[in-house]
Design a protein around this ligand. Structure first.
Ligand SMILES: O=C(O)CCC(=O)C(=O)O
Ligand SMILES: [Mn+2]
Length: 194
C-alpha cells in the first residue's frame, strides 16, 4: 500500500516474506538472536525497556539512542539473507539492524522518531514484522489536525519509512490488553560514519 501523506513517505508491502517462511524465520530468530535487556534514561532515570532487543551490523556501526551506546554483533547468515533480499527486491542497502522482541502485549515501544544524527537527514528505514500482529501508530509532531496513522503489521509485512517522515512524525507500538502472539521486528538502518 502506498499512501499520499503530509510530510511523510510510508509504504507497506504486505507479506514481503511469505507466511510460511516468516514463521520459520520467527522461530529461528527467537532462539538464535542474542537477546539483551536494554535500558533507557528518561528524565534522568534509568529504566529497563519494555521489550528485548539486539543490535547487529557491520563493524563500524555503533549506535546511540536514549542514552545507551550499542556495539554491533556481527551479521548472522540468516540476517544477511534478509538484508540481501531487501537489496535485491527493493534496491535498498542497509549496514545494520535493530531487532526488537515483544514477548507479550505488555511489551511495547513508546513515541519516538528515528532521527539520530548517525542515520543522516532523511533516513530510509525498512521494518520487517514477524510473528503476532501489532499496531504501529504514527502522529505528526505539530499538526494535530492530521490525526493518527495506524497500520496493523502482520507476519512477514515490510514497512518502509523515508523522506521527511522522521523529521515530522513520531511512531510507537502501543501496549495492548488483547491477547497477542509474540512478535519480532527488525528495523534495517544505514549508519553513516563521517
Ligand atoms: O516494532 C516496530 O514495528 C517498531 C520498531 C521501531 O520503531 C524501532 O526499532 O525504532
Ligand atoms: Mn522507530
Amino acid at each position: 500500500m502506498n499512501s499520499s501523506l503530509t510530510d511523510a513517505e510510508i509504504k507497506v508491502i504486505p507479506e514481503f516474506i511469505l507466511k510460511e517462511k516468516a514463521c520459520l524465520l520467527f522461530k529461528h530468530l527467537q532462539s538464535n538472536i542474542s537477546w539483551e535487556q536494554h535500558y533507557v534514561t528518561i528524565f534522568g532515570r534509568r529504566m529497563a525497556s519494555p521489550r528485548l532487543s539486539a543490535w547487529y551490523g557491520e563493524r563500524n556501526t555503533n549506535y546511540s539512542y536514549s542514552g545507551q551506546h550499542l556495539t554491533p554483533t556481527p551479521w548472522t547468515t540468516r540476517l544477511q539473507t534478509i538484508r540481501n533480499t531487501i537489496k535485491e527486491k527493493l534496491d535498498l542497502d542497509f549496514n545494520s539492524v535493530l531487532i526488537n522482541y515483544y514477548r507479550t502485549g505488555s511489551d511495547n515501544m513508546g513515541w519516538h522518531s528515528d532521527d539520530e544524527t548517525t542515520l543522516g537527514k532523511n533516513p530510509i528505514i525498512a521494518s520487517l514484522s514477524l510473528g503476532g500482529t501489532r499496531r504501529f501508530v504514527l502522529k505528526h509532531k505539530s499538526r494535530k489536525d492530521l490525526g493518527k496513522l495506524e497500520y496493523d503489521l502482520g507476519n512477514g509485512d515490510l514497512l518502509i519509512m523515508s523522506g521527511s517522515t522522521q523529521h515530522f512524525w513520531k511512531h510507537q507500538i502501543p501496549r495492548t490488553r488483547k491477547h497477542v502472539k509474540p512478535r519480532i521486528n527488525l528495523t534495517f538502518r544505514r549508519i553513516i560514519n563521517k
